[in-house]
Design a protein around this ligand. Structure first.
Ligand code: GTP
Ligand code: MG
Length: 191
């Protein structure tokens, strides 16, 4: 990968969430430079709710994206597996915007959302977090609106979107929401 020294990146957007939800996919979908990944082959068995996939992120995935207004974003994928959670915490630097990707086709989707927000509340400020729910169209999980009270329980007005990590426009919308949210957070801090 060609990295240009001193290349200005304005926003760091960190993707977090459960194993296999699509964090690496989202980085690959949107990045306009070759993505640097730390994927390793996995021997994890397919379980009821987790897709079988040949690789898992053990460190950081890194891509970059220039939005239509010319703003440059670093896209950072983190590992979903608990055993690599130290890497996630390392990526959650103080000035990062955070996207929590969740499965939208799981019966326990609301519990999962609640547990991830609790976890993140110890690792970052929830005012930096936006929530992106995948796979809603597959069914089997809650309606998008059902996530709202769970989110509000942690912090009012956490942005909530449905998005497919494989869709470029979807991921662009999510990253834009994360950037906008971070800017609002900046305004709140300046007051
Ligand atoms: N059907 C469907 N598949 C999806 C969707 N989003 C992601 N996927 C698939 O789910 C898989 C996600 O894999 P990864 O991107 O490696 O997931 P990850 O979150 O990086 O996983 P870890 O790094 O292991 O935590 C890919 O095969 C995607 O194509 C979706 O909305 N619908
Ligand atoms: Mg990954």
């Amino acid at each position: 990968m060609d990295l240009v020294i001193g290349h200005p990146v304005i926003t760091q957007v960190v993707f977090v969430g459960p194993y296999g939800v699509g964090k690496t996919t989202a980085v690959r979908t949107l990045s306009d430079v070759p993505v640097l990944t730390t994927e390793s082959s996995t021997s994890m068995q397919q379980s009821r709710q987790v897709p079988l996939k040949p690789t898992t992120t053990v460190g950081i995935d890194y891509g970059e994206w220039t939005d239509p207004q010319g703003r440059r974003h670093a896209l950072i994928g983190t590992p979903g597996q608990t055993r690599f959670s130290a890497m996630r915490r390392t990526a959650l630097v103080a000035d990062a915007a955070v996207v929590l990707w969740l499965y939208g086709n799981r019966g326990d989707g609301l519990t999962d959302a609640d547990q991830w927000l609790t976890r993140l509340s110890f690792e970052t400020e929830l005012s930096r977090v936006v929530v992106a729910v995948t796979r809603i169209e597959l069914g089997g999980g809650p309606e998008l609106a059902e996530y709202r009270p769970i989110l509000d329980n942690h912090l009012a007005d956490i942005p909530l979107l449905a998005a497919d990590p494989r869709g470029r426009l979807h991921v662009a919308r999510v990253v834009d929401a994360a950037r906008t949210n971070l800017e609002k957070e900046g305004v709140r801090r300046d007051r």
